[in-house]
Design a protein around this ligand. Structure first.
Ligand SMILES: *[C@@H]1O[C@H](CO)[C@@H](O)[C@H](O)[C@H]1NC(C)=O
Ligand SMILES: *[C@@H]1O[C@H](CO)[C@@H](O)[C@H](O)[C@H]1NC(C)=O
Ligand SMILES: *[C@@H]1O[C@H](CO)[C@@H](O)[C@H](O)[C@H]1NC(C)=O
Ligand SMILES: *[C@@H]1O[C@H](CO)[C@@H](O)[C@H](O)[C@H]1NC(C)=O
Ligand SMILES: *[C@@H]1O[C@H](CO)[C@@H](O)[C@H](O)[C@H]1NC(C)=O
Ligand SMILES: *[C@@H]1O[C@H](CO)[C@@H](O)[C@H](O)[C@H]1NC(C)=O
Ligand SMILES: *[C@@H]1O[C@H](CO)[C@@H](O)[C@H](O)[C@H]1NC(C)=O
Ligand SMILES: *[C@@H]1O[C@H](CO)[C@@H](O)[C@H](O)[C@H]1NC(C)=O
Ligand SMILES: *[C@@H]1O[C@H](CO)[C@@H](O)[C@H](O)[C@H]1NC(C)=O
Length: 836
């Protein structure tokens, strides 16, 4: 039965042999040696007559003996050569345990025995085989995809620890197969067969109850061209899924059966499922349960009027709590029984009917309720009058419509003298229940009386015009002889004359019908000093025909509003005017106006004129300047204007007057700072220059200052030159180097380019001086008097000495401390001469 598929092993054994030969037969080394425990590893299925090892014996040993699991495969020669005479078979014996001993000439063991272990290595010499040539299985429709429902199983005798024994399952064919969709899948390692996603969705025993698969198995993990394979056929029966939602259940409410009782059931496809119920809506109580056979029970009587249907889920789980399938929805409807009597809308229902009302007039409707299901006999109500109290002047004065509960006058009009009130007992019934409701019918007066004022003229009313809104200014009263506390006697007051502006309103006290006249909008003497007000009293209910309101339902009063003195009011909240700052004294800059509500004359005055610039005409409100203005002092000048009414009370108001001053070019340009320290070192080695800056005080235009610079006199031009750098800066340069050691006052004209242009002449004092380290040094002034020659020489020497000492001191001082010079006019770094 040995296969010849063993090229690799074959080569290996050849190598072994070659190595053995090369190592030298009979010599100590890899393939020969003394007797000791050894382990050899050999592939199965190799050619026979292979030498494993040459044992060397030491005297007195003359021969060797081999024992153990030789299986007739291993032999040893007397000279110690161990070899095999047949090919090995791992599947017959994977490990041979041998012993080798050395014997002397008497056959007595003198060395060993030592264990020799031969491990047989696997080659793929066995094909996988399915345990059955045909498998049969079944699956429920809608089973969970991936959950195995059957296994196929193949074996391979080769070593499962090597690729040779690793099996790989595959579905080769599925019959029938529609649109190339596989409904089944197989685990390539375990042979477990399950549904694919599509299979779980689409399998339907009604369409196709059985499928055939051809499943193949390969060894070598299915990865090698040299693997062996086997196939088997698998027949699968598709069974109906019995995990289905049961039909909706109907339970009669208020059931008298002993609870709980079974209402329906669910069942998983296989036994052993764990069932449970899950609420869909969160309920205060959940009156259902399920047992482990899938029977569903209702646990207590239901009330349709509380909840008329239930929906919940039945869930099947496996033993570890994993859902076996989607949950099923269970619908329960609660069926109505007539378990609710009709209910009166309230303990007492009151209707009113007017005296003398016509027969057949509608009096009112009684609407009772029934909580049972609508539009069933359980909730269909019927009305019947069972008693009338009193029966004066007759019984059955009223009719009720049988199904709608409408009440009518049935026999005659009613009179209040007979009785002002009837009590009716009304029976309301449904199929099974009767309820009695009480109805009270009040006979009310007709509106045949008009309200009559207690007096027709409430006289003269004088109010100050500042009387507050909401004040009650007058109380009026009319009476109505109709039945109290009905719409026939209630009185509403309405002002019908003298108040077109709606300044007044009248509130009625519902208990006493007294009217309170109130101020709704502020009164105004100036618009309406005297008004004649007429008030009409009316009922909300219409009067019966033939009766109408007459003059007795009206009252009048005269309202006189007295004036209250008010302060003058300015025509604007604040005033402002704009004027050029060079406006001549006496210019009118603006005006203010104020009016007195009482029409009094107003006089004006100024307050807070802190610079004394302005004057106001007290009669006209015109404002004039009384002094030169200066924008540079106040760009916006703010004063208060007071308006005072001319009268005893002299009320006054105050407002602001803002005078905005516009700039005029009234400031000539000047030097930006005092230039005292400009100097050049004398003698000049080359023409030099220095920079200065100008400014002026007028308002800057958006371009900034734009000055023009020129020398102050023609004579200066021989020695000096001025050149503009930009709008504010200019450069003063010498034209040559011949200057004396003294101060030159250079006058420079600077012109702004304003309208009109203004020109300033400035003087720049420029010193030419001896310099020490580029600093101006000015010697002490010379002594007066005419010195002798000797004195002169002495003085000269002394002077030189002093100069030398001073120079030395200056040098030392300057080295030590730059800020402590005893040198004059030497601080002008920004105007330092520029030497070329
Ligand atoms: C396959 O068969 C072998 C040998 O009979 C057995 O050991 C193994 O458990 C089986 N496997 C399955 C998945 O049935
Ligand atoms: C075998 O199945 C596993 C998943 O079960 C998959 O990852 C693997 O790729 C499959 N092997 C082959 C060769 O198809
Ligand atoms: C039904 O239930 C109501 C309370 O909900 C109870 O008053 C009534 O007697 C019950 N009727 C029947 C027939 O059980
Ligand atoms: C009607 O019933 C009310 C109480 O329900 C009672 O006060 C009243 O006197 C009754 N009227 C008549 C006319 O019987
Ligand atoms: C109310 O005043 C007017 C004049 O303003 C006068 O004619 C009238 O008589 C007065 N009425 C009363 C009731 O005093
Ligand atoms: C207004 O009518 C009533 C009766 O409704 C009567 O008493 C009264 O005198 C009438 N008043 C005038 C001014 O006609
Ligand atoms: C007051 O000034 C306004 C402009 O502010 C002017 O229209 C008006 O004529 C002036 N009134 C008098 C009396 O000058
Ligand atoms: C004008 O020139 C001076 C000197 O170069 C410089 O300091 C100044 O920033 C300049 N001003 C403007 C506005 O460019
Ligand atoms: C220069 O001006 C200053 C004062 O501005 C004056 O004291 C000095 O004498 C003048 N020098 C000359 C040379 O004019």
């Amino acid at each position: 039965m040995k296969s010849i598929m063993m090229t690799q092993a074959h080569l290996h054994s050849l190598c072994l042999l070659i190595l053995y030969l090369a190592a030298g037969y009979g010599q100590d080394g890899k393939f020969s040696g003394p007797l000791k425990p050894m382990t050899f590893s050999m592939y199965e299925g190799q050619e026979p007559s292979q030498i494993l090892f040459q044992f060397k014996a030491n005297p007195p040993a003359v021969t060797f003996e081999l024992t153990g699991e030789t299986d007739g495969v291993f032999q040893i020669q007397p000279d110690g050569l161990l070899y095999c005479v047949q090919a090995l078979d791992r599947e017959a014996r994977a490990v041979h345990n041998l012993q080798v001993a050395a014997l002397d000439s008497h056959g007595t063991i003198v060395e060993g025995p030592v264990p020799i272990t031969i491990e047989v290595k696997d080659i793929n010499d066995n094909r996988p085989m399915f345990l059955q040539s045909k498998y049969e299985g079944s699956v429920r429709e809608n089973s969970r995809p991936g959950k195995p429902f059957m296994y196929v199983n193949a074996t391979d005798l080769d070593d499962p620890a090597t690729l040779n024994g690793q099996l790989f399952y595959q579905i080769a064919i599925q019959l029938p197969k529609v649109n190339d969709v596989m409904y089944f899948q197989i685990n390539n390692k375990t042979g477990a067969i399950s549904l694919t996603l599509q299979g779980a969705k689409e399998l339907d025993p009604a369409k196709n109850p059985s499928y055939s698969l051809v499943v193949s198995v390969k060894d070598m993990g299915g990865q090698s061209d040299n693997s062996f394979s086997d196939t088997t056929s698998v027949d699968i029966l598709v069974k109906e899924n019995i995990w289905k939602a049961p039909p909706p259940v109907t339970i009669v409410e208020n059931s008298t059966e002993p609870h709980f009782f079974k209402i329906t059931q669910v069942q998983w496809n296989e036994p052993g499922a764990q069932y449970s119920l899950v609420e869909k809506e969160k309920l205060p109580r959940f009156p259902f349960s399920i047992d482990q056979e899938g029977n569903i029970y209702v646990t207590q009587p239901l009330d349709r009027e509380e909840k008329d249907s239930y929906v919940f889920y039945a869930v099947a789980k496996d033993e570890v709590g994993k859902p076996l399938a989607y949950p099923l929805e269970i619908y329960v409807t609660v069926e109505d029984i007539n378990d609710n009597p009709p209910m009166c809308p309230s303990a007492l229902t009151v209707f009113e009917v007017q005296e003398n009302e016509r027969l057949g007039s509608n009096i009112g409707t009684l609407t009772a309720q029934d909580r049972d299901k609508e539009n069933t006999p359980s909730s269909l109500l019927m009305y019947r009058i069972v008693e009338q109290v009193p029966k004066i002047p007759a019984d059955e004065l009223f009719l009720v419509e049988k199904f709608e509960g409408k009440f009518q006058l049935g026999k005659q009009s009613l009179k209040k003298q007979d009785t002002p009130q009837y009590n009716l007992t009304v029976e309301v019934s449904d199929q099974d229940f009767k309820t009695l409701c009480l109805v009270q019918i009040n006979v009310i007066d007709i509106n045949d009386q008009i309200p009559i004022f207690e007096k027709s003229d409430y006289g003269n009313l004088t109010l100050a015009e500042d009387t507050g809104v909401g004040s009650v200014i007058l109380t009026i009263r009319a009476t109505d002889a109709d039945e109290p506390f009905t719409g026939s006697s209630k009185i509403l007051y309405r002002i019908i004359e003298g108040d077109s502006e709606g300044r007044l309103e009248v509130d009625t006290d519902p208990q006493t019908s007294v009217g309170y006249v109130k101020i709704k909008k502020p009164l105004d003497f100036e618009t309406a000093p005297v008004s004649n007000i007429v008030v009409q009293a009316e009922n909300p209910e219409p009067l019966v025909s033939g009766v109408s309101y007459n003059a007795s339902s009206q009252a009048r009063f005269q309202l006189t509003v007295t004036d209250v003195n008010e302060a003058p009011q300015f025509s604007k909240y604040a005033f402002q005017a704009t004027v050029s700052e060079d406006a001549p004294v006496g210019t009118k800059v603006g005006n203010v106006t104020a009016k007195d509500p009482e029409g009094l004359d107003v006089s004006y005055s100024l307050r807070n004129d802190k610079r004394g610039w302005l004057r106001i005409d007290s009669a006209t409100g015109d404002i004039f300047t009384v002094a030169p203005l200066d924008r540079e002092a106040e760009s916006v000048y703010q004063v208060q204007v007071v308006a005072t009414e001319k009268g005893r009370s002299s009320l006054s108001s105050t407002t602001d007057f803002l005078l905005i001053l516009q700039d005029v070019n009234d400031n000539p340009p000047r030097l930006a700072k005092e230039y005292t320290g400009l100097f050049f070192c004398h003698p000049l080695s080359a023409p030099g220059s220095l920079i200065f800056e100008a400014t002026d005080d007028d308002q800057l235009s958006f371009r900034g200052h734009q000055f023009i610079f020129s020398l102050g006199s023609e004579s200066l031009k021989t020695d000096w030159e001025v050149s503009r750098i930009n709008g504010t800066h200019a450069r003063l340069s010498t034209k040559h180097t011949n200057f004396e050691e003294r101060v030159y006052n250079i006058s420079v004209r600077i012109s702004d380019m304003g309208r009109p242009p203004l020109e300033g002449t400035v003087t720049l004092p420029v010193t030419f001086c001896s310099c020490v380290e580029e600093r101006c040094f000015r010697p002490a002034p010379k002594q007066s008097g005419i010195p002798t020659v000797g004195m002169a020489v002495g003085i000269l020497l002394t002077t030189f000495l002093i100069i030398g000492i001073i120079l030395a001191v200056v040098f030392i001082r300057m080295k030590k401390n730059n800020s402590k010079d005893n040198v004059e006019n030497a601080q002008a770094p920004e105007a330092r001469p520029l030497r070329s």
